[in-house]
Design a binder for this molecule. Structure first.
Ligand SMILES: Nc1ncnc2c1ncn2[C@@H]1O[C@H](COP(=O)(O)OP(=O)(O)OP(=O)(O)O)[C@@H](O)[C@H]1O
Ligand SMILES: [Mg+2]
Length: 487
């Protein structure tokens, strides 16, 4: 409405202004022509009666005033009978100018809201200016036309405005109706339940509803995961607590317990407390992963340094179990942008598993290599392996392949889940291949800081699908590598 109004005012003002100027110019020409015609009439000397007779043959039309003046500005003829200047001196600048210069003078100006158009031309006899003709006209008729057209524009504008208001409000209500329905639907949605919207529309509103419903699906999925996590976590925490409760109850009910018996019970209780502590620590680690990558303390580190650190810690553990632990630090420092603590923990969790799930006499090998723009930390063992159908699940929170055995090894089922979260946050992924009773290979792949084309000084450089190539049947790719990397 405002835009239409502004456009109308601008166009109206411009059109009326142009029209007025055009009409005034036309009138000026007309007045000038009349003055020239009168000036061309042959007058023998300035004799009032002779002039009167000559002028009778060319009457001056209504709306015009003609005056004939001599070189002294004395008026000899005035077409106005009322208020006539005849016989008087009429000193008027445009006339004086014409008498002095001998040239035409025409123009128009506004006097108290009324346009006045006038033309003064010289009367030349024998090459000398002997007098002047002054013809004037007022612009009433012009203003009449301008007013008329102005009124037409105004009426057109009002009609257009009414149309714009009606059309605009109708269109706006048609367009905003589905938005209003969607807003109403969202507002009225029960606080404890997520619902999908069922508005069918083939336009952008339809797209908005589809996007909204997708969002609802994603939120519901997240909510389901959260619920499952809380329930799993509570269950995991409840088990050691129940055992402690059971043991303490039996102790309380036993009068004068045997010291040996007492020690055994207290040792069991202590083990469960340790287990509880481990679970809580793991849960805290997981909540850390929920923070974004940008909140982590990401710096450029040598992956060789970080891996060496982990291997130093784990070596005694392997030796205790009589496991051959192989790790040779590469000469090249492969640089990665990582949060030191979390990546160290991810490598630790995987290498710790390899030691934990390998029998005495087995071998655990840690290797570092570069492939294209990535660095790989490959940890392989000759342990118990993972059944093919379980490989998908081992990264799930609290998942353990052998629950009974997990109690002995103290496993919480969170180590790999944490490792995967960490590696994904760094734009990497973890590949697994495993065969039951033969062993498993876990490969952490992280984007490298140095250019992929640089010479490989870390020994072997494997083709991209190296892990699958070793044992294509049981190799599992956790995520499509490029997508994950992009994400
Ligand atoms: N190298 C491996 N060999 C055989 N099985 C493995 C290996 N690594 C992991 N697993 C299996 O995957 C499961 C999940 O591993 P994860 O590290 O998440 O949990 P955990 O080792 O049981 O407990 P945590 O690491 O929290 O102490 C393990 O319980 C185990 O059954
Ligand atoms: Mg583990």
């Amino acid at each position: 409405m405002v835009i239409v109004l502004i456009v109308l005012v601008i166009i109206g003002t411009y059109m009326l202004g142009t029209l007025r100027t055009y009409l005034l110019e036309q009138k000026k020409l007309e007045v000038l022509t009349r003055a020239n015609v009168i000036a061309s009439v042959q007058i023998d000397g300035f004799d009032e009666i002779a002039i009167e007779q000559k002028m009778e043959s060319m009457p001056v039309e209504v709306g015009f005033r003609a005056m004939i003046l001599d070189s002294q500005s004395r008026v000899y003829y005035d077409s106005y009978s009322e208020g006539s200047y005849r016989g008087k001196l009429y000193i008027y600048a445009p006339v004086t100018e014409v008498l002095l210069s001998g040239k035409d003078n025409a123009g128009y100006h506004e006097v108290e809201g009324v346009w006045k158009i006038e033309a003064a031309v010289p009367i030349i006899r024998g090459g000398k200016t002997v007098g002047a003709v002054l013809v004037t006209a007022n612009g009433d008729s012009i203003e009449g036309v301008v007013h008329h057209i102005g009124n037409a524009i105004l009426i057109f504008g009002i009609v257009l405005l009414v149309f714009v208001i009606l059309f605009g409000t109708t269109m706006a209500s048609i367009l905003t109706l589905p938005i209003g329905r969607l807003t109403g639907f969202i507002k009225n949605m029960p606080k404890d339940k997520l619902q999908k919207c069922e508005i069918n529309s083939r336009d952008e509103i339809g797209d908005l509803v589809v996007a909204f419903n997708d969002l609802i699906d994603r939120v519901a999925e997240l909510e389901e995961k959260r619920r499952a996590f809380v329930s799993d976590a509570s269950h995991e925490l409840k088990t050691p607590l129940s055992i402690i409760k059971l043991l303490s109850d039996s102790l309380l009910q036993t009068d004068n317990p045997d010291p040996e018996f007492l020690k055994e019970f207290l040792t069991d209780m202590n083990d469960e407390v340790e287990r509880l502590t481990r679970i809580v620590q793991r849960l805290l680690d997981l909540t850390k992963m929920d923070q974004s990558y940008t909140n982590m303390n990401v710096e450029v580190h040598s992956i060789a340094d970080l891996t060496t650190e982990v291997c130093e810690k784990l070596k005694p553990l392997a030796e205790n179990k009589d496991i051959t632990f192989l790790y040779t630090r590469p000469e090249d420092d492969l640089l990665v942008s990582v949060d030191r603590d979390s990546i160290t923990e991810a490598i630790y969790n995987i290498a710790d598993n390899s030691i934990k799930y390998t029998e005495s006499g087995g071998t655990v090998k840690v290797e570092l290599m570069r492939d294209l723009g990535n660095v790989m930390v490959r940890i392989s063992d000759t342990g118990i392996g993972i059944p093919k159908e379980e490989i998908q699940k081992i990264f799930d929170r609290f998942y353990r392949v052998d629950k009974a055995r997990a109690r002995d090894t103290g496993g919480t089922g969170l180590g790999l889940s944490i490792a995967m979260d960490v590696v994904k946050l760094h734009g990497g992924y973890i590949e697994v291949s495993s065969e039951e009773e033969k062993g498993s290979t876990f490969t952490i792949i992280l984007p490298c800081e140095i250019s992929p084309g640089a010479a490989d000084t870390t020994g072997e450089s494997l083709p991209e699908n190296a892990v699958e190539a070793e044992n294509p049947e049981i190799s599992e790719l956790e995520e499509p590598p490029m997508e994950e990397h992009d994400a």
